[in-house]
Write a protein that binds this ligand. Sequence first.
Ligand code: PEP
Ligand code: MG
Length: 325
Amino acid sequence: LYAEYAAERELPAETVDGQRVTLFMNAGLLVDLPSLDTTGAEGIGLFRTEFQFMVSPALPRVDEQTKIYKAALEAAGDRPVVFRTLDIGGDKPAPFLPREEEENPAMGWRAIRIALDRPALLRYQLRALLYASPGKTLHVMFPMIAEVAELRRCKAILQKEIDRLAKHGREAPTAVKVGCMLEVPSLSWQLDILLKEIDFLSIGTNDLMQFFFACDRGNPKLANRYDLLAPPVLAFLHMVIKACDNADVPVTLCGEMGGRPIEAMALVALGLRRISISPTSVGPVKRMIRSVNLKQLRDFMLSNITSPEHSIRDSLLAFAQDHNI
Ligand code: PEP
Ligand code: MG
């Protein structure tokens, strides 16, 4: 799977005209960690902490959680690891959570909504993350944030745990960086305030796009209904990326979209410089980036983004073919 791309593993993800892009990988369990070295990913842009909770029959204790987070940080060495707090519920059941039937689980009691209703769950997890990071930079990211007020509640809980750490005389991380996922469209109308309150943003297109199009991500009947290379999607992402650039807040995209070379090509043309993808996508996406002339691609993209078509996928594929990408 990785052998085909081994020769490029140590080479930078850089376009022909010298624009550097950072490729991170997504992970969630200990078995994913060796992929950091086999792929040459520059860190873990999304560590889905819920996987440990989904495979464990009982709620993992603080020391058990700490062990996993430590292992991820050790495997990454100098590279960053972004830990996303629990995103259970919805399509990710956990054995210790009461299962209640919901009409719309994706829009239901999940992720940060559970965490804010059951703050002890979040507090123990943040405690474990702090215990795992003495002398290191800890990156914490909150999922499914719908409004700035919600993020503030999360930050207040995190601050309590940081204070508790000091009170107990335990060594703290050298820095704690706080970010959030953009998965709920409402948050994008508060970007100006939001970007003053976070150190980084991560666009979760898997969830975001089902809400953007009001189209269930798990319904096979709708799987091909809307295309992520549709002009409204690209215009929206362009707006978000520009807002982050203007505010000097690093923005990563961590949905599956970023792992497909043509989609990734479109995103880089829109100004995205950080992508977090599954380990198997790192090689193909890096190869695409290394064959692109960004200036040409950007001009092409910006002239297509206002198209009234259903999708600009065919135009982008034709561009890629014409330019040997
Ligand atoms: C997303 O929604 O894009 C995302 C990365 O989160 P998950 O796929 O874990 O819901
Ligand atoms: Mg999501």
